[in-house]
Design a protein around this ligand. Structure first.
Ligand SMILES: *[C@@H]1O[C@H](CO)[C@@H](O)[C@H](O)[C@H]1NC(C)=O
Ligand SMILES: *[C@@H]1O[C@H](CO)[C@@H](O)[C@H](O)[C@H]1NC(C)=O
Ligand SMILES: *[C@@H]1O[C@H](CO)[C@@H](O)[C@H](O)[C@H]1NC(C)=O
Ligand SMILES: *[C@@H]1O[C@H](CO)[C@@H](O)[C@H](O)[C@H]1NC(C)=O
Ligand SMILES: *[C@@H]1O[C@H](CO)[C@@H](O)[C@H](O)[C@H]1NC(C)=O
Length: 505
């Protein structure tokens, strides 16, 4: 196994030096279809990619260009987004409703992504409607370039583990419940790599085994691709050595188990040092998490704590009814999409949204609906406080960025809470949990111009409005700061009939 990996890295050196004038390209052609899956023992229409559920892994190396031509063979619009891929200067390719037009049925769209200056473990998923409940997701791994030191030896194997809760109902039925303004019931089970618990339906733990060789060390890349539940991950009788958190090599600490909140990714190393033949991996939901649970793991990082923040944004998540229907909000605003992706509406100056339609502070008022977009300055260094006054675990994700999780605690945040921030060695990541009746504070350097989705990863809440867009803007409008609109960009809504590269007068 080790030999094989050595051969692989030698090969990568050759490829890299052969094209060192430009970063390497990797091409993918994907066909998205419906197909029968039976993860919880009943037949369901799953979303398959090239016939697979979960979809194929993307293997890449830092700075690779990924050219992914996605053919939508579903009878409905489809779009993929790339959780944790920074899309530097390139929110056009982010693949969420606010940045990119859906791929119509029977058509295709070629994404051009670069995994610029990134390493780590991430995933892709269908971002429209409630399609995420039908699969269509898969893992993304970005390996370090050859000769770039990695703080651990090559493992004997490198495995993807996609965990997540799942329903027996299909995504259109679930969406219909949400569209009627009702809440969803608790998910029906937990899947590991698309498989449910053997012979068990319902809430029991799911099990899956991986053959390993005695004494060898393996890497597991774990992502929670589910819809709402925090999941507890453990491997019976083995320690998990945490080595990577969403693109950052962490201080290597060993744990007996790891809580993976929805939307989060981790890599752990596991040494098969116990007499058993197989690793028995157990994933279960936990409902009693509190802020006194595991803290973000410290790691060495640049001096983010010495820079003064220039703006504080406090975001309080809320739930309530609007016109008798369930909605979810941030600072009282429940997001409603417009017919035109915000990025395109902004570029072609088509209106349809208002900067400042969500406030920097909780308003305390009742929930109302709007197409919420917050304005932010390129190169600002901001503090965001997520406050969760409900009895659920929240999980917040920011597209286009990696941020420092500087603090979390129970109760209400106040300016004094800053005294307990970790300004020395906090972890940088793209998805953070907020425990029940608690807050989490992050620092973000706004170094990526674009229209970026800030959302809960609790998918029903996201669908019913708990999200908004952060428009990071530079008045210079230079292609140094943001790529031009892609020539192949689909144009929909009010942007239909426009041209991606308008002819200058
Ligand atoms: C996608 O798969 C479907 C079903 O197998 C097939 O009919 C269709 O031709 C495929 N499309 C592409 C572009 O490969
Ligand atoms: C979902 O289930 C409903 C009701 O059983 C059915 O009418 C619909 O066609 C299904 N949709 C998909 C995409 O499987
Ligand atoms: C659709 O796929 C074809 C190749 O089959 C490609 O030439 C074309 O650019 C793709 N369309 C888009 C919008 O990316
Ligand atoms: C909370 O979770 C821990 C760890 O799984 C468990 O030991 C404990 O019994 C749980 N407490 C309650 C009140 O459920
Ligand atoms: C940050 O602010 C403090 C207090 O206002 C000031 O003393 C310090 O010089 C500032 N640091 C930087 C890097 O600007």
């Amino acid at each position: 196994m080790r030999l094989k990996l050595a051969a692989l890295s030698a090969l990568l050196v050759v490829i890299f030096t052969a094209v060192n004038a430009e970063d390497p390209y990797r091409f993918f052609t994907w066909n998205v279809t419906y197909g029968d899956i039976y993860p919880l023992g009943v037949r369901q229409q799953g979303i398959l990619i090239n016939g697979q559920f979960p979809g194929p892994d993307i293997h890449s190396v830092t700075n690779d260009n990924l050219i992914i031509n996605v053919f939508n063979s579903l009878p409905e619009p489809f779009l993929l987004s790339w959780n944790g891929i920074l899309q530097r200067r390139n929110s056009w390719q982010d693949g969420v409703y606010g940045t990119t037009c859906p791929i119509p049925p029977g058509r295709n769209f070629t994404y051009t992504l670069q995994v610029k200056d990134q390493i780590g473990s991430f995933f892709y998923f269908p971002s429209l409607a409630f399609q995420k409940a039908a699969g269509g997701y898969g893992a993304i791994r970005v390996l370090s370039r050859p000769r770039i030191p990695v703080p651990f030896d090559d493992p004997a194997g490198d495995y993807t583990i996609l965990i997540g809760d799942f329903y027996k109902s299909n995504h259109t039925s679930l969406k219909a419940i949400l569209d009627r303004g009702k809440k969803l019931k608790f998910p029906d089970g937990i899947l590991i790599n698309g498989r449910g618990p053997n012979g068990i339906t319902g809430s029991g733990p799911s099990g899956i085994s991986f053959p390993v060789e005695q004494g060898k060390t393996y890497r597991f890349r774990i992502s929670n691709v589910g819809l709402q539940n925090s999941l507890n991950f453990r491997i019976q009788n083995h320690k998990l050595k945490l080595v990577e958190v969403e693109g950052t090599h962490s201080v290597q600490t060993s744990y007996s188990w790891l809580d993976v909140h929805v939307g989060q990714s981790y890599s752990v190393l596991v040494t098969a040092d116990q007499p058993s033949q197989d690793f028995y991996i157990v994933v279960s939901s936990r409902t009693n998490l509190t802020a006194s649970g595991p803290r973000p793991n410290p790691q060495g990082s640049y001096h983010y704590g010495l820079i003064n923040t220039t703006r504080t944004i406090k975001l309080v998540s809320g739930a309530g009814q609007v016109n008798g229907k369930q909605r979810y909000a941030v600072n009282s605003v429940s997001f409603v999409p417009t017919d035109t992706p915000l990025k395109l509406a902004d570029f072609f100056k088509l209106g349809g949204f208002r900067l400042g339609s969500i406030s920097d502070r909780p308003t305390g008022g009742g929930i109302y609906q709007d197409t919420s977009v917050m304005a932010a300055d390129f190169r600002a260094y901001i503090e965001i406080i997520f406050e969760n006054q409900e009895n659920i675990v929240q999980s917040w994700h920011l597209d286009g960025y990696s941020f420092f999780v500087v603090g979390m605690d129970g109760g209400i945040w106040s300016a004094d809470s800053r005294n307990q921030y970790n300004l020395r060695d906090a972890i940088a990541r793209c998805t953070t949990q907020v425990y029940p009746n608690s807050w989490t504070a992050i620092y973000v350097a706004l170094d990526n111009v674009g229209m970026w989705n800030l959302r809960t990863e609790f998918w029903a809440r996201q669908y019913l409005g708990q999200q908004f867009y952060l428009r990071v803007y530079s008045p210079v409008e230079s292609i140094r700061d943001e790529f031009p609109i892609p020539r192949n960009a689909r144009l929909c809504g009010k942007a239909a009939g426009r041209h991606t590269r308008p002819v200058k007068p």
